[in-house]
Ligand binder design. Structure first.
Ligand SMILES: C[S@@+](CC[C@H](N)C(=O)[O-])C[C@H]1O[C@@H](n2cnc3c(N)ncnc32)[C@H](O)[C@@H]1O
Length: 190
C-alpha cells in the first residue's frame, strides 16, 4: 500500500523538523482556542501523531485515524503517555464512520483523493460531526486551483475548503489564508 511505503522510514513528510510545520502547528492550535475544551476529537490522516499529541491536551478523547498501519503504530507510540488517545486504521473513503465527534480534523489529507471522490469524502466527514460540532481543515494552497501556493497536481485548499464553506450545513468560524496554506474551521449548524 502506497502510504505504508511512504512511512517505511520515519517522518516522510519532514513534519517534526520543519520550521514551517512548527509555525503552522502553533497557528492551528491557537485557532482552536475558541472552544475551551472539546469532548471528542476525530483526526483523519493523523500521520505519525505530531498533531494528535497536541489535540490530546484540548480534548477529553482523541480518536486518531490513518489509512496506513505504519502511521497508526507510530501515532500510538507518540501518544503512549496520553490515556485519552486511541489510534486506529481507517480509510476515510471505504470504512464505516467511527461515530460522531465534537471536532473533526483533517490536516494535509484531502488532496490525496481524486476530485470526483470529494463529494463522498465531504459527506463521510460530515457524518462524523455532531450537530453544533466543528470541522478543522488545514491544507496547502496549490497553484492548480489558487493564485498562490505549491505545485500540487490536482487541487489544494481552495477546492477542498470551499466545498465545506459552500455547504449550508456549515457556518465559518475561522478562515486563515496564509501564503502557503489555509486553515478553515467551520461549525455544523444543521
Ligand atoms: C501528508 S500526511 C499528513 C499527516 C498529518 N495529518 C499532518 O498534517 O502532518 C497525509 C496522511 O493522510 C493519510 N491518508 C491518505 N489517504 C487516506 C485515507 N483514504 N483515509 C485516511 N487517511 C489517509 C496518509 O496515510 C498520511 O498519513
Amino acid at each position: 500500500m502506497y502510504f505504508n511505503w511512504r512511512y517505511r522510514n520515519p517522518d516522510p513528510y519532514h513534519v517534526s523538523v520543519s520550521n514551517y510545520e512548527r509555525d503552522k502547528m502553533e497557528r492551528v492550535m491557537a485557532s482552536l482556542g475558541f472552544e475551551k475544551r472539546f469532548g471528542s476529537i476525530l483526526e483523519i490522516g493523523c500521520g505519525e501523531g505530531n498533531m494528535t499529541v497536541r489535540l490530546a491536551s484540548i480534548a477529553d478523547r482523541v480518536l486518531a485515524t490513518d489509512i496506513s498501519d505504519m502511521a497508526v503504530r507510530r501515532t500510538r507510540q507518540a501518544a503512549s503517555l496520553f490515556s485519552n488517545v486511541e489510534a486506529q486504521r481507517l480509510d476515510l473513503l471505504s470504512d464505516e464512520a467511527p461515530g460522531r465527534h465534537d471536532l473533526v480534523v483533517a490536516s494535509e489529507v484531502l488532496y490525496y483523493f481524486e476530485k470526483h471522490q470529494l463529494p463522498d469524502v465531504h459527506e463521510r466527514m460530515t457524518a462524523c460531526v455532531k450537530k453544533g460540532g466543528c470541522v478543522a481543515l488545514i491544507h496547502a494552497r496549490a497553484l492548480a486551483d489558487d493564485e498562490q501556493g505549491v505545485e500540487l497536481k490536482k487541487f489544494g485548499a481552495r477546492t477542498i475548503h470551499e466545498m465545506f464553506i459552500g455547504d449550508p450545513r456549515y457556518s465559518v468560524v475561522h478562515d486563515d489564508i496564509q501564503p502557503a496554506y489555509r486553515m478553515t474551521v467551520l461549525r455544523r449548524v444543521a
